[in-house]
Design a protein around this ligand. Structure first.
Ligand code: IMP
Ligand code: MG
Length: 181
């Protein structure tokens, strides 16, 4: 049953679950024998993180980073601010950033620069969704693991919000323009 605030369901629970299992298997192979630290970017990636970490079969560490890049609306402000820093050092660790969606890329660009300054062994990105059409000019972000490449529509659910709502929906749906109009 689709909620009336949504125009359509883009990704069902089943589609997401299958893809997350695939990503987990890939990550487990790539990082075998390595010191893996999975860094979830709050709050959008919590649902993805909870599923992805259980799909990873090697012993991993986890941590959380909260940044604020968007206001209450649907447009990026271009300003990124650390709201909650990591609890543990990234020095010498293989950091895997777990993010909900790669949009303009400005948030991740900032986070990567920040982490790389702290001498990790490596920094890679795992994003559930990628909207390549939305990348800001001159912002280069290479995403090692992508769940789904999606068209330029505003989506909510599976952790993603509009003005802090809809994160709890178990699927990814296209928000009706009526809601943010
Ligand atoms: P970026 O810095 O423009 O790449 O923004 C990334 C952040 O913007 C994500 O972590 C989301 O919080 C938010 N965002 C971008 N697109 C969407 C969307 O379609 N739905 C919900 N949040 C989005
Ligand atoms: Mg958001």
């Amino acid at each position: 049953m689709i909620h009336p605030d949504l125009d359509s369901i883009l990704l069902t629970e089943e589609q997401i679950a299958a893809r997350v299992r695939g990503l987990g298997a890939e990550i487990s192979r790539d990082y075998v024998g390595k010191n893996l630290l999975m860094v979830s970017i709050l709050k959008g990636s919590v649902v993805f993180m909870a599923d992805l970490m259980r799909a990873v079969s090697i012993p991993a560490r986890i941590d959380f980073l909260a940044v604020s890049s968007y206001g209450m609306g649907d447009k990026t402000s271009g300003v990124v601010r650390i709201v909650k820093d990591l609890d543990q050092s990234v020095e010498g660790k293989n950091v895997l950033i777990v993010e909900d969606i790669l949009d303009s890329g400005m948030t991740l660009r900032y986070i990567i620069n920040l982490l790389e300054a702290a001498n990790p062994a490596s920094v890679e990105i795992c994003a559930l969704l990628d909207k390549p059409d939305r990348r800001a000019p001159g912002v280069a972000v290479s995403c090692r693991y992508t769940g789904f490449t999606i068209p330029d529509a505003f989506v909510v659910g599976y952790g993603l919000d509009y003005a802090e709502r809809y994160r709890n929906f178990p699927y990814v749906g296209v928000l009706s323009p009526r809601i943010y109009g």
